[in-house]
Design a protein around this ligand. Structure first.
Ligand SMILES: [Mg+2]
Length: 495
């Protein structure tokens, strides 16, 4: 990548110098100029001050914050930088005051600029010509007069420093996005995010973008198929007038990036969930169930969806096969899973239940799959819901049992049961679903034990470490072992 950068008021900051060398109240270049022009409309005072600041006093100027770090990252990533400055050799106001030599001397006092070419131009037009000839991918300048110039090359992306973008912000932009993406964002949002915040995520790159007009956007990126599925699902739910979810804003196929409106609200702690909020959770799932019953809606199957009892058993088998470890303690859990599956099969044989028979379509729903307080936000207008990576057609009994046993679940048992009963009451085939829930919930509890133990599998652990390299692995393993024990206790306590 080739980057061109302007010098005065882009790299070098003169605000303090303008302020300290004049006797007016303004504290930055713009205000000082305004004050001096008011005091002397001929412009003489202002020109005198400028000659001083850009000439003999220049050595007392400063670099803008983030400039050094920006040049360092460019060097590290092999991005070429050139400095292009519209600066006459001597001051127009005072021909004895050289302007370029002090600027060069100032730059030379910083090691980071040692190998950076600096080119000076007599006029604005010749600087624009220089930008054209430089074939830059990106040009950074403080002046719109440069960036909006009619001859400014369309193949160069212009970014305005300081009024919108700090150097830290420009660095974050370039590290997060490709230039094509930046152009696309600029086109779509009319400006670029002034702040980028990385968000914690266990398996994709997620960040939040903040725009000056108050808009905030979540970006998810990665080539997991779940990310593409989530985007399509959210689009379709929007079409079906489901409102308490993020909006799908933009999909960039080439870079596998998906942008959504950021939901407003705060995280929810299980201790403070009232009846009204449990009702909102039920209403959301009921709404999804209603969408499912409409004709002509296209949704995928949920991840690990269960359409027959044999699917529940296969899921456990798959989880066992994924646990590639020979730890003794894990073996005992695998034995527990196997014996429970066998017991379930015996039960089905005894009561003549065909485990391969598909559940009736009217009893299925659309399920977010990973449904719990961890994927909800609370705001004044109520709860909203996010994370639809595993969303799709599924058995509501599975959603209920997953809600009950989820590792992150911190609602009281009583409130979990209240959610499940209320949900069944809202579903057309609620009685049949509840009867099935009672049959399969132990299997789902066992499955959650196996999910808790997946950090003992080297492949799963490697994936987690890739998404969050700072995880304390031993601590995580200890916590998951505790979760497995607790799950085993709560399976035993099922009534
Ligand atoms: Mg400038």
């Amino acid at each position: 990548m080739r980057i061109g950068i302007d010098l005065d008021n882009t790299i070098i900051c003169y605000d303090q110098l303008f302020s300290s060398l004049s006797e007016v109240v303004g504290t930055n270049k713009k205000d000082v100029k305004k004050d001096l022009m008011a005091a002397d409309p001929s412009g003489k005072l202002w020109n005198q001050l400028q000659a001083k600041v850009y000439g003999p006093e220049l050595s007392n100027a400063r670099l803008y914050p983030g400039v050094v770090e920006f040049f360092e990252i460019c060097k590290k990533l092999d991005w070429e930088i050139e400095i292009l400055s519209h600066k006459t050799k001597v001051s127009n106001f005072d021909q004895k005051t050289p302007l370029r030599a002090p600027a060069k001397k100032f730059l030379d006092s910083y090691k980071i600029f040692n190998e950076i070419p600096v080119r000076f131009f007599e006029t604005l037009d010749s600087k624009i010509e220089g930008i054209k000839n430089g074939k830059f991918d990106l040009f950074i300048d403080d002046l719109n007069a440069v960036l909006m110039h009619k001859e400014f090359p369309s193949s160069t992306l212009g970014l305005q420093a300081h009024t919108v973008h700090s150097f830290k912000n420009i660095r974050d932009l370039l590290l997060e996005f490709t230039l094509d993406e930046i152009r696309l964002l600029k086109f779509r949002f009319k400006n670029l995010p002034y702040k980028i915040k990385n968000l914690e995520s266990s398996n994709s790159k997620v960040c939040q973008l903040y725009f000056v007009n108050g808009l905030s956007v979540i970006s998810k990126q990665g080539d997991r198929k779940e990310l593409a599925s989530e985007y399509a699902v959210i689009k379709e739910l929007e079409n079906q007038k489901v409102t308490v979810i993020p909006q799908a804003i933009l999909k960039i196929d080439k870079s596998k990036r998906y942008l959504y409106s950021a939901l407003e609200g705060t995280k929810i702690d299980g201790c403070h969930v009232g009846d009204n909020e449990i009702q909102q959770m039920v209403d959301f799932i009921s709404k999804l169930s209603e969408v499912y019953s409409r004709a002509n809606v296209k949704f995928p199957n949920a991840s690990y969806a269960c359409f027959s009892f044999s699917d529940y058993l296969s899921n456990i088998e798959r989880r066992i096969l994924n646990l590639d470890t020979d730890l003794e303690k894990i073996d005992s859990y695998v034995a527990l899973a196997t014996s429970n599956s066998a017991r379930f099969l015996n039960y089905c044989n005894q009561y003549g239940i065909d485990i391969y028979k598909k559940f009736p379509k009217e009893e299925l729903i659309l399920s977010p799959s990973d449904f719990g307080l961890h994927n909800m936000l609370r705001s004044e207008s109520g709860l909203s819901f996010f994370d639809f990576e595993y969303f799709g057609k599924d058995d509501p009994a599975k959603l209920m049992a997953d809600f009950y046993f989820h590792l992150g679940q911190n609602l009281s048992i009583e409130k979990r049961n209240r959610f499940i009963k209320k949900l069944c009451a809202s579903l057309k085939q609620g009685d049949a679903v509840y009867a099935r829930y009672q049959l399969i919930r132990r299997l789902i509890g066992i499955e959650w034990i196996l999910i808790a133990l997946n950090v003992f599998d080297s492949n799963t652990l490697a994936r987690k470490l890739e998404a969050s390299p700072l995880i304390d692995v031993e601590k995580l393993k200890g916590e998951r072992m505790e979760s497995a024990e607790e799950l085993q206790r709560s399976i035993r306590n099922l009534v």
